[in-house]
Design a protein around this ligand. Structure first.
Ligand code: ADP
Ligand code: MG
Length: 167
């Protein structure tokens, strides 16, 4: 039985720089999801960023890097560096936070978003079709991978993130 849910999508600075707001929202609408609210944030502050991307994420980021670049020997240390760059990426320009609702919205939005690394994200997804970057390249250049969108990963994240971004 599908369950009605609400989740958070954030269009990251590269999405706005590339004028992809309409295109990305269409991926969500075509999946049967509905836009319920949105907020344009001209510049995200560090305090909010540290709540959205907490220090505790470092290891999982490092492991994703290791999956793409096996020569990484210390995923935690690598993740700490990337996390700092990630906060820089997220605050280099305006972002658009969107409340999206629908049946199984959390999982559906993740499906439409695609995997973190645009190079291996599934075709038919936002990151797979529109993403230009890869974890391999961003790792070589010492930065976070640019992948256009953030989407809450589970019900706990969705609730906390909606409260943080669209109270
Ligand atoms: P997702 O956005 O797919 O849920 P995470 O929550 O793991 O991915 O990471 C948050 C963001 O950090 C990603 O969307 C991406 O921009 C960046 N990122 C994650 N892992 C890496 C990595 N190994 N190298 C570079 N950037 C990364
Ligand atoms: Mg995530």
């Amino acid at each position: 039985m599908p369950m009605y849910q609400e989740t958070l999508v954030i269009l990251k600075p590269d999405a706005l720089e590339r004028n992809l707001i309409g295109v990305i929202i269409k991926y969500c609408e075509d999946a049967g999801l509905e836009v319920l609210d949105m907020r344009y944030c001209k510049k995200v502050g560090l305090e909010r960023l540290k709540k959205h991307y907490p220090d505790s994420m470092a290891l999982s980021i490092g492991k994703k890097a290791q999956a793409a670049v096996p020569s990484i020997t210390d995923p935690e240390a690598h993740g700490v560096k990337v996390l700092e760059k990630l906060r820089g990426y997220f605050s280099r320009g305006p972002v658009l936070a969107i409340r999206v609702g629908g049946d199984d919205a959390i999982k559906e939005v993740r499906r439409v978003t695609g995997y973190t690394d645009p190079a291996t994200a599934e075709k038919g997804t936002i990151r797979g079709d529109l993403g230009l970057d890869s974890i391999e390249r961003s790792t070589a250049e010492g930065r976070a991978v640019e992948n256009l969108v953030h989407a809450s990963g589970n019900p706990e994240e969705a609730e906390a993130e909606l409260r943080l971004w669209l109270p």
